[in-house]
Design a protein around this ligand. Structure first.
Ligand SMILES: [Zn+2]
Length: 71
């Protein structure tokens, strides 16, 4: 079976913008797409809806927090 390689999100930029800037955006995008703990029900189901807006996929609780991560 072929080995599955996970592409970095910054691959979409091709050879542009420099390695350091792309490394930073990879980390930020990884953090902003991760699941966080819900302050209401405690489940690891909080996803980012928009800048600073987070919602729990389990109980539906929506709240404001950091732009890229729950603080
Ligand atoms: Zn919840």
């Amino acid at each position: 079976m072929a080995k599955v390689k996970r592409a970095r999100p910054s691959k979409r930029f091709g050879p542009r913008y420099g390695a350091r800037a792309k490394k930073k955006i990879d980390e930020i995008e990884r953090v902003q797409r991760a699941s966080y703990k819900c302050p209401s029900c405690g489940a690891e189901a909080v996803k980012r809806v928009a800048v600073g807006i987070w919602q729990c996929r389990k109980c539906g609780y929506k709240f404001a927090s950091g732009a890229f991560r729950v603080v």
